[in-house]
Write a protein that binds this ligand. Sequence first.
Ligand code: NAD
Ligand code: UDP
Length: 336
Amino acid sequence: MEVLITGGMGYIGSHTCVEMIEAGMTPIIIDNLCNAKAEVLNRIEQITGVKPLFLQGDIRDEAFLDSLFAAHDIHSVIHFAGLKAVGESVAKPLEYYDNNVNGSLVLARAMRKAGVKRLVFSSSATVYGDPQQVPITESSPVGETTNPYGTSKFMVEQCLTDLVHAEPDWSVTLLRYFNPVGAHPSGLMGEDPQGIPNNLMPFIAQVAVGRREKLAVFGDDYSTKDGTGVRDYIHVMDLASGHIAALKGVGEKAGLHVFNLGTGQGSSVLEMVQAFSQACGKPVAYEICPRRPGDIAECWASTEKAERELGWKATRSVAEMAADTWRWQSNNPQGY
Ligand code: NAD
Ligand code: UDP
């Protein structure tokens, strides 16, 4: 079964390709490499023994997509490609809406022309904004986003929802990821942010490996268990298997399907620092700093719907997330 993976050279896409190959599927990757390295392909091959077909190109290039769909018998599409840095999205809203929203529309149009109507979209818990209550269920309010990145995810969700209403033969699955972290247990693949990491886990990892002096902990005066922000961190391999479960569970069913992909457990910044120190066997230097503007206090997923309808549940612990991240980071201190 050939499945088109947009953004498949990136962090989550590449780990999902490994899971797909191991599940007997055939991923075809398209990526413009704006945030990924070609070396990823060799690592996928080292792990699985299979080098997937990779075509370098942009999801906004409709002629490129048309020729791709004409040349292959694509069964369904998992759409990871997009820009994802919250701060950058505030500075460059047009680029974010063009890449994320326009890119998704071009992709959906090319799919329709080719008669491929099964789509899984990488959405984010950011569509829930500052939640009124935790755990967050799929029917919690969405749309009160706080930055162009989050708004772009919400807008794509809305476009795809309207598409399914208008053309009910589509199968669209919106997967709302919580906080993906961790790496492939081989230490061959992991997250490789360019420049200063925005996210907690890669920042901690770079402190531990000596690339950065110390972590700035953004606020210790939230009303959470220890005052620092609480998030639902999910191992990227669990997230990857969530995509296979979605393809198998609802990928053939027409209609709109929405699932949270999280663990249902909240961990604080200081708990993550502690877990990482255990994994790497040394303290991780940190300093308490002011809150980061736009941050929420806490957020974690209700996982009931995914468990009930997809039979999928995250299984990896925070200790494994830290250990696998450390194996990747210490084996590849400068990334790919
Ligand atoms: P990533 O940047 O590692 O991967 C995205 C990939 O898409 C990159 O390889 C990039 O080169 C490619 N790309 C970007 N624009 C493209 C375009 N126009 N045409 C072709 N390729 C393009 O990011 P990731 O962490 O793997 O995230 C994958 C998806 O999941 C994104 O849509 C992201 O918004 C979403 N998501 C990520 C997180 C997270 O914390 N990592 C959380 C929630 C949702
Ligand atoms: N965080 C932090 N220092 C950093 C990066 C993040 O203290 O250098 C905190 C942040 O305030 C939040 C948590 O870590 O409470 C997760 O942040 P991240 O950016 O990884 O994810 P998101 O904010 O998107 O949930």
